[in-house]
Design a protein around this ligand. Structure first.
Ligand SMILES: Nc1ncnc2c1ncn2[C@@H]1O[C@H](COP(=O)(O)OP(=O)(O)OP(=O)(O)O)[C@@H](O)[C@H]1O
Ligand SMILES: [Mg+2]
Length: 388
């Protein structure tokens, strides 16, 4: 069976704001499947809101085409696109009651009064705000106001709901509650969600797929686990999850090409890491000795091999696949208890001017003998270290 045609499609879409030197969105291709929860994740200014505004019809595109159900919509005014929209500022009408706010999109569509009553009640039930129907927005908490905005976006049963940082103004606990609420609504209603956030953990916990934005382009698009386990570049490795990185140069490749040897920080010998697909393709074309690269390792993939004489120790009790382990002398800078885990902050040998490396240790191991100043050896398997 052929895959279903995408519900939403960006094809070569660019946006250049008047007077800007760089495009805010740069030749974007993106397809969103029906019923999918897709997040646009990226740093401030990377073009997420601009994408959503073009999709919603609040900003014209500079080039390219956006299709909804296969039909180009650039010339369709916002209200005819029939998309539910929730923005960061709840933008509720302050003079209307909660029920009045939720009824508004149906009144705009000239639905009969009886239907409006029923739909508003259902929508408020869905977000668990029925008892608040007659209150005004300023008599509600931030999370309740956000739920009104959600009810208002869903009440006319749009097939697509767009949300731009809808939870940014809420405290952590409320934000997590609302995330569960949004997940539940997505599951129950089967609507397609396009969700903008700069919070990677929010994107990871909500989405089927995440598009990581950087300077108006998508760096990588994939399921949360894929972005975390198989980042295609240093930007994504650093933006999605924690990452320890160090610069090095290619010193050679192993026979099957999947592992690459680096010389790093003037250390004798080489460090072995996993060759990213892009780097492999590049090295296949032009084997570039001494090409500058970066080595990237997740904090939970680093191990502390021994807290004693740091260099050249051999108490390797936990070897990686293939039985090989990179070893790196380091000095403990700090040990921080984070509740569910410990963070060991270290300065790697030779990297005195580089950012510290963080090792994540499981809670409960109450690491002994790791006082600041202790010399340790860090170990990591070649397969756990990405080279970009
Ligand atoms: N109305 C505008 N006029 C001119 N430039 C704009 C306008 N809106 C956004 N920009 C610029 O376009 C770029 C992308 O902005 P956009 O708001 O899409 O980023 P964002 O990813 O949503 O960022 P944030 O996480 O801070 O909300 C930025 O460089 C921004 O300064
Ligand atoms: Mg934005």
């Amino acid at each position: 069976m052929a895959p279903a045609a995408p519900l939403i499609e960006f094809a070569g879409v660019s946006k250049v704001y008047p007077g800007a030197h760089e495009p805010a969105v740069d030749r974007l291709d993106l397809a969103v499947a029906r019923g999918e929860f897709l997040s646009l994740l990226g740093p401030s200014g990377s073009g997420k809101t601009t994408c959503l505004m073009m999709l919603a019809g609040f900003e014209p595109v500079s080039a390219g085409t956006i299709r909804l159900k296969g039909v180009p919509i650039e010339s369709l005014p916002a209200h005819r696109r029939n998309l539910g929209v929730v923005f960061q500022s709840y933008s509720l009408f302050p003079h209307m009651t909660v029920a009045g706010n939720v009824a508004f999109p149906l009144q705009m569509r000239r639905r009969p009064a009886a239907e409006i009553d029923l739909k508003v009640r259902e929508a408020l039930q869905r977000v668990r705000l029925e008892p608040f129907a007659t209150r005004r927005p300023n008599q509600l908490s931030g999370g309740q106001q956000q739920r009104v905005a959600l009810a208002r976006a869903l009440v006319f049963e749009p097939s697509v709901v767009l949300m731009d940082e809808p939870l940014a103004a809420l405290d952590k606990k409320l934000r997590e509650e609302m995330q569960l609420e949004i997940r539940r609504l997505h599951r129950e209603l089967g609507v397609t969600m396009v969700y903008v956030t700069h919070d990677q953990s929010e994107a990871m916990s909500l989405s089927d797929r995440v598009a990581v934005f950087n300077r108006g382009r998508i760096e990588q698009l994939g399921a949360p686990a894929e972005l975390y386990d198989r980042p295609t570049g240093a930007f994504v490795a650093g933006f999605v999850g924690d990452n320890n990185a160090v610069a090095g140069r290619v010193a050679g490749r192993e026979a099957d090409g999947s592992l690459v040897h680096l010389s790093v920080l003037g250390r004798a010998g080489t460090v072995v890491g996993r060759c990213s697909d892009a780097l492999a393709a590049e090295l296949n074309l032009t084997p570039a000795p001494a090409r500058p690269v970066s080595l990237n390792i997740r904090p939970e993939r680093l191990r502390v091999l021994g807290a004693r004489d740091a260099i050249g120790i051999s108490d390797v009790h936990d070897v990686g696949p293939g039985g090989r382990l990179n070893r790196w002398p380091a000095t403990v800078v700090d040990l921080i208890h984070q509740g569910d885990h410990w963070r060991l902050i270290t300065q790697i040998a030779g990297g005195e001017n580089a950012p510290p490396w963080v090792v994540k240790l499981p809670a409960g191991t109450a690491p002994a003998g790791l006082a600041p100043g202790t010399a340790v050896t860090l170990g990591f398997a070649p397969e756990d270290a990405w080279v970009f």
